[in-house]
Design a protein around this ligand. Structure first.
Ligand code: C5P
Length: 235
């Protein structure tokens, strides 16, 4: 039986002051925070340290995509910073993924590598225009997820509606981390196809990523607790 999914709060804010304030507000309820390209570009490793200093762990969502040597070097730095998870694009290819994996192994870190497949912001038309492999979007997502597994990645990032087919393709041991989660009481914002925390858990997510419903709430810790209370408790 699967475990209760973990909650990752996305710190999509512009600077360290805002990020620190949120972590302080949330620290009693949440332990895992996503630092993405906005905050990391603005503040760099200081953003990671700010979370860690307040007892939090960091999901470093940099979606790395470069030649194998460069990605391996970046992954080594992420591991050195003590991030517990880091993302990279599966479309960087087998060698890039394997080089990243080797960098983590050699660094002696337990940081998990999570692969992004096709950005869910691409609709079928945008996908054909930018990538268009002849495979089609859905099959391409599955192919990249399988490649990620073969190359030793620990998991994948997937939209809620991709969880079931991806779980079938990659098996039970790969972690599935999913954004696009909305409690019933929160607005969807710009997310088009959402699931509730409970639905995402039932679909097989290992971690759910939630930003605005928690970070823009009047009381972020209360909003986080409300999300946690909605998750099924599985022993
Ligand atoms: O505020 P919200 O809950 O929509 O934030 C979701 C987070 O997950 C954001 O950091 C967003 O960039 C990220 N994300 C997403 N959809 C994807 C991939 C990442 O919403 N397909």
């Amino acid at each position: 039986m699967r475990k209760t999914p973990g909650l990752i709060v996305a710190l999509d804010v512009k600077d360290l002051v805002a990020a620190t304030k949120l972590v302080e507000q949330l620290r009693s309820a949440v332990t895992l925070f996503k630092v993405g390209v906005q905050l990391f570009t603005a503040e760099g490793p200081r953003a990671v340290e700010a979370v860690q200093k307040r007892g939090g762990q960091v999901f470093l969502d940099l979606k790395l995509h470069d030649i194998p040597n460069t990605v391996a070097a970046a992954v080594r730095e992420a591991a050195k910073m003590g991030a517990v998870m880091c993302t990279l694009h599966a479309s960087g290819g087998r060698q890039m993924l394997q080089a990243a994996k080797e960098a983590v192994t050699q660094s002696g870190s337990s940081m998990r590598l999570l692969a992004v497949t096709i950005l869910t912001s691409l609709d079928p038309h945008g996908y054909e225009e930018a990538i268009g492999s002849g495979l089609g979007l859905q099959a391409h997502v599955i192919r990249l997820a399988s490649l990620a597994r073969e190359a030793g990645m620990d998991g994948i990032v997937a939209s809620t509606h991709e969880i079931a087919p991806l779980r079938a393709a990659v098996g039970p041991s790969m972690l599935i981390v999913t954004p696009g989660v909305r409690p019933e009481w929160a607005p969807a914002d710009d997310q088009l196809r959402v699931m509730t925390p409970r639905e995402a858990a039932a679909a097989g997510a290992d971690y759910i990523v939630i930003g605005r419903p928690i970070t823009t709430a009047a009381d972020p810790a209360a909003a986080a607790r409300r999300v946690l209370a909605e998750l099924p408790v599985v022993a």
